[in-house]
Design a protein around this ligand. Structure first.
Ligand code: PGA
Length: 253
């Protein structure tokens, strides 16, 4: 059975005080949760601090973005090597906000994913369709292209180290979640494309998280679906009670 992986994507939120309280609060609530993997994904500037605060816990820390070059004249960017140097273990790649606001393409996703894997960190690669794409019947085409152009250049060995996060864009930060059935249907579709490309062993192993307005009320049903192996949580990961409740639901499955 695949392990549930729950990640909190804090986006551009928080300050030192808020983050200290959030991390300490969640650590306290999650000490006995041994069946799941937990990842905090803070703003890059606070990542070292979060790593220090979590050092005695089994919570991993990731960054929300990296550039695919290792160093040089790229003002404002952070390299995977730097992320690794401070002790981060996961990197979010191709989040829909990066695709939408910063023009991140499938090609960049492919370069960033390779770079993260080459540095032995774990990429969490986000896929998802907009409402317009879903309503015009393009869901399978969009997800197929995101997978084939962003990830299918990888060897089977490398691909099996990737975490995928399916996040329908229309469900992010909107309070509109995909129904458990809708989400399961898309997760099964994604897993099947992976099976066609890499075979049974890889497709059965790969973690596919769901993201988009996950909260303590809907987590149990979503995470209980056969092909949903965890959640990428935005808004609800900024509250000790809400996020801890999601972690407990996942741990109890
Ligand atoms: P949300 O964000 O939970 O606030 O919808 C999820 C995400 O963007 O990763």
């Amino acid at each position: 059975m695949r392990k549930q992986v729950i990640a909190g994507n804090w986006k551009m939120n928080g300050d030192s005080g808020f983050i200290t309280e959030l991390v300490n609060g969640i650590i306290k609530e999650s000490t006995d949760l041994n069946n799941i993997d937990i990842i905090f994904i803070p703003p890059a500037i606070y990542a070292s601090k979060v790593i220090e605060l979590t050092v005695t816990s089994n919570i991993a820390v990731g960054l929300q973005n990296v550039y695919f070059e290792s160093k040089g004249a790229y003002t404002g960017e952070t390299s995977t090597e730097m992320a690794k140097d401070i002790g981060a273990s996961h990197i979010l790649v191709g989040h829909s906000e990066r695709r939408q606001y910063y023009g991140e393409t499938n090609e960049w996703v492919s370069k960033k994913t390779s770079c993260v894997l080459n540095n032995s960190l774990t990429p969490i690669v986000c896929l998802g369709e907009s409402l317009e794409q879903r309503e015009s019947g393009k869901l399978e085409e969009v997800l197929g292209a995101q997978l084939s152009e962003g990830l299918f250049h990888l060897s089977a060995d490398d691909f099996s180290k990737v975490i995928i996060a399916y996040e329908p864009v229309w469900a992010i930060g909107t309070g509109k979640t995909a129904s458990p059935e809708q989400a399961q249907e898309v997760h099964a579709f994604i897993r099947n494309l992976i099976k066609e490309k890499y075979g049974d062993t890889v497709s059965e192993k790969i973690i596919i998280q769901y993201g988009g307005s996950v909260n303590d009320k809907n987590a149990k049903e979503l995470l209980g679906q056969a092909d949903i192996d965890g959640a990428l949580v935005g808004g609800a990961s900024l509250k000790v009670d809400g996020f801890s409740a999601i972690l407990k639901e996942a741990n109890n499955l």
